[in-house]
Design a protein around this ligand. Structure first.
Ligand SMILES: [Zn+2]
Length: 208
């Protein structure tokens, strides 16, 4: 898709055009490839079988990526799209990952009622069902957000909602109310210098 086409597609998806959604899904399928669950796959129930609220004792596991920001307080994991595309700074709610449990921010959500995320809204902490999908998504988005530098498995619970195509989410992605890092943080060699500080701040294992 060219830039112009992509803009048109997203506008049409937001207007509920099923043909546009099908085109966008095929575009994603081509990039993800024939084995979306090839690496690091987690079993997720079909959305029909999934309660909209998950207990913290039975979370789902997925993969998430971050940007790394070197702040005055030390290096921090930050939401890659909010910082790179919307130019949000690490102090804005929902931008910087906190140690332990993180809660979805409704800071940018247009829906002003109820618990979030909702099927009809666009907020939520994103997680991908497999590492294959996360890598494909990250590679495709690299021109906007830069290369994949930090990723880890996360447990998600609370309110959950399927991916929001009108927010340009990809398939095999969910949006959650709560999330916590549940595996080692994989850090690119370019950011290895921040490994120890990130491990200490977040109390997690870091693999460089
Ligand atoms: Zn929302």
């Amino acid at each position: 898709m060219s830039k112009l086409d992509a803009g048109n597609i997203h506008k049409r998806i937001a207007q509920g055009d099923p043909e546009a959604l099908a085109i966008y899904c095929r575009f994603q399928d081509n990039i993800i490839g024939s084995t979306p669950m090839g690496e690091g796959a987690h079993a997720w129930p079909a959305w029909n079988d999934l309660p909209s609220t998950l207990s913290p004792v039975r979370p789902l596991r997925g993969w998430r990526m971050w940007a790394v920001f070197d702040t005055t307080a030390g290096p921090r994991l930050c939401a890659p799209f909010l910082t790179a595309v919307l130019h949000a700074t690490p102090d804005i709610p929902g931008v910087t990952w906190a140690p332990g449990i993180n809660r979805n921010s409704t800071y940018t959500c247009k829906v002003r009622h109820g618990r979030h995320p909702q099927v009809g809204c666009r907020c939520g902490i994103r997680a991908c069902q497999s590492l294959t999908v996360l890598r494909a998504f990250a590679t495709n988005q690299a021109p906007r957000i830069g290369p994949l530098v930090a990723y880890a498995e996360v447990d998600v619970w609370g309110r959950v909602a399927p991916f929001a195509p009108e927010a340009a989410d990809w398939k095999f992605t969910l949006r959650a109310e709560f999330a916590e890092i549940a595996g080692p943080l994989h850090l690119a060699p370019t950011h290895a210098i921040h490994g120890e500080a990130l491990a200490e701040h977040y109390d997690i294992e870091v693999q460089k």
